[in-house]
Design a protein around this ligand. Sequence first.
Ligand code: GTP
Ligand code: MG
Length: 435
Amino acid sequence: MENTFIALSSPFNKSAIAIIRINGDKSLEITNSFLIKKVENSRGKRFLRKFYNNGQFIDEVVLNFYPAPHSYTGDDLIEIMCHGSVYIIEQIIASYNSKGVRYAGPGEFTRRALINSKLDFVKAESINELVNSENKLSHDSAINSYDGTVNKLFREIRKELNFLWANLEVDLDYPEFDNQNLDKSIIKCRIEKMLKSLKEINNNSESVLPFLKNITISIIGKPNVGKSTLLNALLKNNKAIVSDIPGTTRDVVEGEINIHNQKMKISDTAGVHSTEKIVEKEGIKKTFETIKKSNLIIHVSDDGEWEDMDIPKSKKIIYVYNKIDLIKNPLKSDEYVCISAKNNKIDTLSGELFAWVNEMSEIIADNCLINYRQWNICQLIQKKMEEWLEKFNAIQEDLHAFFLNEIKHLFDELLGKKIEDNLENTLFNHFCVGK
Ligand SMILES: Nc1nc2c(ncn2[C@@H]2O[C@H](COP(=O)(O)OP(=O)(O)OP(=O)(O)O)[C@@H](O)[C@H]2O)c(=O)[nH]1
Ligand SMILES: [Mg+2]
């Protein structure tokens, strides 16, 4: 009974249809106890049935039965689609509870799938990212990982490591045996090939990972250059106060923009300059705190000069030349974009943001990891491979075996073959109940 559990997989709200899932070896038997016309133990069928609790007709529902091991979890699994009334949902779940079926924990369906080897940890992580994806880039990366391009690459590398391991073992156990596969130059070549793919994926991830969850932009620059006017133009809403008095904005003003399905949080900040006015000083302090938290900076100027603001190198900066309407023959450059925020002429900036999202999207399509756990392990594997190759020609068989073994262990960790309980709990605690 321990593995028989129930959860609502759709939101607990009034809706047209709700989906309730019951997992475990007692799921069919217990479900049939609520139906007059029973559901057969057959794969790939859908049933329309009347659901009763203590003789009371609760709802007419559609049932899908997925017998083990052909289900998402690998156990027997039933999906009930009922009318989305909160009362009906509560009644159906209560009927199962009365038969001793407990409510599932977060991500417990996926956890069963992991235990039943229906998926590995990297795939479980991608499902979580997919459910949580709220914008284009996080969806792109989750779908890419889910669909298996990254997973496929990992499997290929693991297969390759197993092949090398088998050959090294032969050589260690039977040194007299002339093993053609173990020609050192061939092995070296194969490691170099794996390393190349890994380096690529690690570098791609370094560019993309900071932006996956959220893109946070801050608009910065000297006072009066038109930062608040630009915020309002981007939001299409007069959210921030605009005036020709320098130092108008003190507090950070925030909003959200959507550039071709990519949501971005955007903050207008106080103009940076040296001042003795206490309130302005506080505002400028907040500007630097906002810069720290942002991953993309729009640096605005109205005279073609962008003062050095000590922005960390990891942050993407777009230089914007505003008030271009006041200049007769503005000089175009690849270094900055020209706009007139006051006249809503900001297409060049929107275009730059769109191009940048596309560039990130392309990197993701080219292979990218979806979280820092994966990235940290892949970097360790890369380092180990580099170290191995560096010493390759000078070391004996047992040291070759040592390096290979270390790399194999790291790969097992990556794919979740030896995931510690607390890490597994951390992942599943972030899952929705019912997934
Ligand atoms: N001609 C022209 N004036 C602009 C443009 N953008 C902003 N302004 C004017 O510049 C002045 C300052 O604009 P703000 O948006 O308040 O400037 P800010 O950078 O937010 O200023 P602080 O909050 O004081 O740092 C206002 O009078 C705006 O109308 C533009 O594209 N063209
Ligand atoms: Mg302002």
